[in-house]
Structure formats: C-alpha cells, structure tokens
Design a protein around this ligand. Structure first.
Ligand code: 8YV
Length: 321
C-alpha cells in the first residue's frame, strides 16, 4: 500500500477511521453520507483500487459486474455479508473481507438490553411517565417477566451467542442452544444442546436470535414455529430481520401468544413492518447492536487492517472470498 493507492469510503465512518484512511491512502469520501446503491456505487468506484463499504450498500451481481477493473478488494465494515454477492466477487477475482470478533461484546450487550426492556415492559413504562399518565405506584402496575430461573434459548451459538450466554448466566438464566454443530464442553459451559431449532423453541421461555441469515434460517420464526414455544415467551433479535416472519410475529404479539419482543433488526430496514408501530409489547431499536464508539472504531480499523494487508501483498485475515 502506498499513498497512491486509491480507496473509496462509501459512508461517513467514524472520524478516527477516516483519519487513518486519509493518512495511509488517497481516499475519496462520500460527501453527504447517502446510502449509495446501484449505479451510484459503480460511478463512484471509478479509478478506485479498493472500497470500504457498509451493509447499507448492496453489492449485487449487477453492481459487482459493473465495477471498474481497478477495484481489487471490497472491505465491508460489518460482520454480516448478505449485502455482498460473494460468487459474483469471486468470479471477477475481487477479494471480500468482513470484521468479525470486534462487535461481539456490544451486540451481546444489546441483546441483554432488549431482553430486559421487553421483559420489564420499559416501552409502556416510558410512555406512562413521559405522557403524565402515571397515577402513582400500585401493587400490580406493569408487572413483567423475571429472567432469573427461566430458560434462555440461543439460536446460533457462535461468538455472539456465547457472549449472550455469558451475560445471561449472571442473571441466573438456564442456557439452551441450537447450533449447526454441538459445541465442545469448554465452549458449551453446561448449556443444553438441542439438535433442531424446533426442539430449542419448545424450551424457550426467552429466545435470543444470534444466527446468520441463510436460506435455512430465513423466516425460521413463523406461525408454525411460534406455536412451539411455551407460554408467554420473550423473543429478542439482534441478528437479521429476515429470520423472522414479521406478519406472524405481529399476529402473535397482538394475540398475546408471545409476551414481548425486543428487536434491533428488521426485514427491509429502515422501513419496518408498520404492524409493529402500535404494539406496546414490542421494544424496538434502530439497528444499534454495534453502535458504541469503541466498537465502530474497532470495526473500521479491522476493515482498514484488511485493506492494508491486501495492498502490502499479504493475505487479509478476514478474507471471505
Ligand atoms: C453493523 C451489523 O453496524 O456488522 C454487522 O453485520 O449488523 C451491524 O452491527 C452494520 O452492518 C454496519 O455495516
């Protein structure tokens, strides 16, 4: 890598990340931080050697086909990579990297934050206090569900799932999980393995979704699987919105089949299903799983480490393609 290497930053990443990119590269910024798609990505990539992008930019087959030959590497500022067509990149000989590890802790914090807010009815509590409708303490006001002593089912026991389990144990929860393969005892730490998602759901007083979105997990939470849960479950999603069938979940929240949800991710975000809006048992946040200064800086630095390695002629650590 030299100062002559040209990279494009598709979003306004944290200042520390931009500073480092400016120090080491001939860098082009997205002047107004618009979420470029399609032709805007192709046009702005003109003359670039590499691109630092985010999950808000969809690098579809068509976009990748239209990229100039100069582009050799796509470094995404995310652990997830559904927004990138890996096959299309492979066929054009373009390297793709992501940023695993560095957002594990903040995402697990977010899952616990959602779990507690949903279980303890914080949305209703806030509304009561801030609209002046609090009549005063009563013995049965806003009674929630206590996590301690209940079962937390974790769908996807990778790094983030295990970090959620670590936190939940401190709240006295019993950990159950499903993963494509069973973990070794030193990683399982007494968590109870279920060979199928369906069996996991039958044991889910609480569910935390921490798996990747794949064809197998798309809409895995649907009207059939929601029927499997015990009474009054709380569901938390910090993974991807498409793992949930929104219409089915909204119907179950309306009927009371599901007690509450805490959701940070949505299919089609930022345009979430309007059915969620009026539901007081839905605690909703705008994809803030990794939104801490430490984590967003670490994600940017990790993406730059990958670009640096490539342009030094080495193999980037987080190579997906
Ligand atoms: C990121 C995420 O903030 O890294 C991921 O996969 O879901 C988020 O936490 C976002 O994708 C940034 O590109």
């Amino acid at each position: 890598m030299t100062k002559l290497t040209k990279i494009l930053l598709t979003r306004h990443f944290p200042d520390a990340v931009i500073e480092r990119a400016r120090r080491d590269y001939d860098m082009t910024l997205n002047p107004d931080d618009a979420a470029w798609q399609g032709d805007a990505l192709i046009t702005n990539a003109e003359g670039m050697d590499g691109i630092l992008l985010s999950s808000s930019n969809k690098f579809t087959v068509d976009v990748i086909a239209g990229l100039p030959d100069s582009v050799k590497i796509l470094a995404t500022f995310s652990v997830g990579y559904e927004h990138l067509d890996l096959e299309a990149a492979r066929s054009r000989g373009i390297l793709v990297t992501n940023t695993p590890d560095v957002l594990t802790e903040s995402t697990a914090d977010t899952a616990m934050m959602l779990l507690l807010n949903a279980a303890r009815r914080v949305r209703e509590s806030l509304e009561m206090v801030t609209t002046g409708n609090w009549v005063g303490w009563t013995p049965t006001q806003l009674l929630g569900i206590q996590p301690g002593g209940r079962r937390l089912a974790i769908l996807g026991m990778g790094r983030i799932g295990r970090a959620v389990a670590h936190r939940a144990r401190a709240f006295g929860m019993e950990i159950h999980y499903h993963n494509r393969s069973r973990l070794s005892p030193d990683l399982e730490l007494g968590a109870i393995y279920h060979a199928t998602p369906e069996d996991l759901f039958r044991h889910a007083d609480f569910l935390s979704i921490n798996c990747k979105m794949t064809p197998e997990t798309t809409r895995l939470i649907n009207s059939d699987t929601l029927d499997l849960f015990p009474e009054n479950p709380v569901i938390v999603n910090t993974a991807r919105g498409g793992i949930v069938d929104d219409d089915a979940l909204i119907a179950a929240l309306r009927s009371g089949r599901i007690a509450a949800v805490g959701l940070d991710v949505f299919e089609g975000e930022p345009k979430l299903n309007p059915g969620y809006m009026g539901l007081t048992n839905a605690f909703l946040t705008p994809h803030i799983g990794s939104a801490t200064v430490d984590t967003r800086n670490a994600m940017g630095f990790r993406a730059l480490d990958n670009l640096d390695a490539y342009f030094r002629g080495e193999k980037p650590g987080d190579r997906l393609v």
